[in-house]
Design a protein around this ligand. Structure first.
Ligand code: TRP
Length: 376
């Protein structure tokens, strides 16, 4: 069996550096490792609609933003199939069958769904589509027989629920689906990069994100106004690293060679942290260092994006082609699923012959009684 990747993002806004360190960067590395037979990267517009039903325009506008972010980070349509979820109707079909394998109480226990319901103040008015999106996400993954799903840590409950659906399906209908593994960032801070204001989550509405598409000036301004230690008033004061966003970002972005290049007086991040904690190291110096690193990382992405922004129709064409490829894959899986569930009636010659025989022998009533009796 080959190694297959599927992952994706909801198109509800431009992608930010949290997406980058949490998932995008790794995807590009995996893509270029040559270790995977197939790679599918999905713009999850149908899932985005589960909590944006009244705002389809937001989803529609952001598809190209996400595609631009993907391509500028180095996802390559020659190596990865980039596609749009809603164009693959087979995903809805699979979801419909998987719904029979999942209980309401199991969905209610899904920690990600629980947290998201709270975050959106949905408590008393949860859209059914939103509530059941873990099922549709299982369809996304299994339609492509994905073995590997690179995601942020918050998605682990989704992958677990998908694995349960796969096991249940295979148990009931016979071995058909592939149980996927999640691949989360190796570096713990990359799992949840905080907002520039120190809040736990980056969110567009809080205005605390650094976007991949931000200009050099925007990045600098955001870095220089990042939340640090509010008690570190004078340079000579000892500073705290706890909840200090600048240092969290350094944990995520800095590498040893950055010190050689920009701060040769320190051997590594531990030395820099030590000095900050002892006192005598000012926030501005640390922020300037972080800014230099982030500019270095983001500049090539930004430049590629500028180029790609001049080729919008070509990018839609890439997504269209990708969606065609993805659809073929998903259709093959649906055919297997229907065969396993024995609902492929018109390809089931044995079924047709059996029914014809029953009627020919005049035993049709006996049999229909048998089905009723078996059911109890
Ligand atoms: N839930 C993911 C997110 O919010 C997006 C997504 C949809 C996804 N379907 C997927 C991720 C399948 C991995 C696999 O970012």
């Amino acid at each position: 069996m080959g190694k297959i990747i599927l992952t994706g993002d909801r198109p509800t806004g431009r992608l930010h550096v949290g997406h980058y360190v949490g998932s995008l960067k790794r995807r590009v590395e995996l893509q270029n490792s040559g270790e995977y037979d197939k790679i599918f990267i999905m713009i999850a517009d149908a899932q985005a609609l589960t909590d944006n039903a009244d705002n389809p325009e937001k989803v529609r506008q952001n598809i190209i933003e996400v595609a631009l972010d993907y391509l500028s980070c180095g996802l390559d349509p020659a190596k990865s199939t980039l596609f749009i979820q809603s164009q693959i109707q087979e995903l809805a079909e699979l979801s419909f069958y998987y719904m029979n394998l999942v209980t309401v109480s199991r969905l209610q226990r899904n920690p990600t769904v629980k947290a998201e319901i709270q975050m959106r103040n949905f408590e008393t008015s949860i859209p059914v589509g939103f509530f059941t999106y873990p099922i549709s996400q299982a369809a996304d993954i299994t339609a492509f027989k994905a073995t590997t799903v690179p995601v942020g840590e918050d998605q682990l409950p989704m992958i677990e629920q998908c694995r349960e659906i796969v096991r249940k399906f295979n148990f009931v209908y016979g071995d058909t689906l592939v149980e996927p593994e999640a691949l989360i960032p190796q570096n713990e801070v990359c799992c949840r990069l905080p907002g520039t204001d120190g809040r736990a989550k980056m969110s567009k509405s809080l205005g605390n994100c650094i976007y991949l598409s931000d200009s050099a000036d925007e990045v600098r301004t955001k870095v220089m106004s990042m939340f640090t230690d509010p008690n570190h008033l004078k340079i000579t004061d000892p500073g705290s690293l706890e909840g200090n966003t600048v240092f969290t970002y350094l944990d995520a972005f800095s590498r040893p060679e950055h010190f050689e290049r920009y701060l040769p007086e320190y051997a590594n991040l531990d030395e820099l942290k030590g000095h900050y904690q002892r006192g005598g190291l000012g926030d501005v110096k640390v922020k300037k260092f972080l800014n230099a690193i982030m500019q270095e990382e983001l500049e090539p992405i930004r430049n590629r994006r500028k180029e790609l922004e001049r080729q919008i129709p070509d990018i839609y064409e890439i997504l269209k082609k990708g969606s065609e490829v993805a659809r073929e894959e998903a259709a093959a899986t649906v055919a297997e699923v229907k065969a396993a569930m024995r609902i492929n009636y018109f390809e089931d010659a044995a079924l047709i012959a059996e029914q014809a025989d029953r009627y020919a022998a005049g035993t049709e009533n006996a049999l229909s009684c048998k089905i009723k009796c078996d059911k109890g």
